[in-house]
Unconditional design. Sequence first.
Length: 126
Amino acid sequence: MADSSSGEEDPKWKAAINSIATTTVKNEMVENTLDYVKDPVNISEVEETEKECGVRLFKWCSTGIVFDHMSLKDPKKKPNLRPGRGINGSSKEFKKGIKSIAVDGSDVLYAAMEAAKRASSRLEAN
């Protein structure tokens, strides 16, 4: 095993150090850019014209992801999804891969609520 002061470093050790460094940088960026407030924001004054339910990223932005939206017309033709080499577009593997990519809106809301709970508990702990 090489000494850590030598020119050759253990790749697992180096990867662990890089992982810790990136995690701390990410956490600092999130803590410095997000503002946690205890009082709810009254958005009804700003948004009287819009009556849509959805997810907004910032309190001053319009609703980004709308869940009650209904498309008036269905797509007229099948989308052209191009699989990689060696995979047929009509194969079961490709169709399973496409289904695994799809995101449900309720999953996004649940993940956001869980993140908010963790953030508020961390705020209360400080």
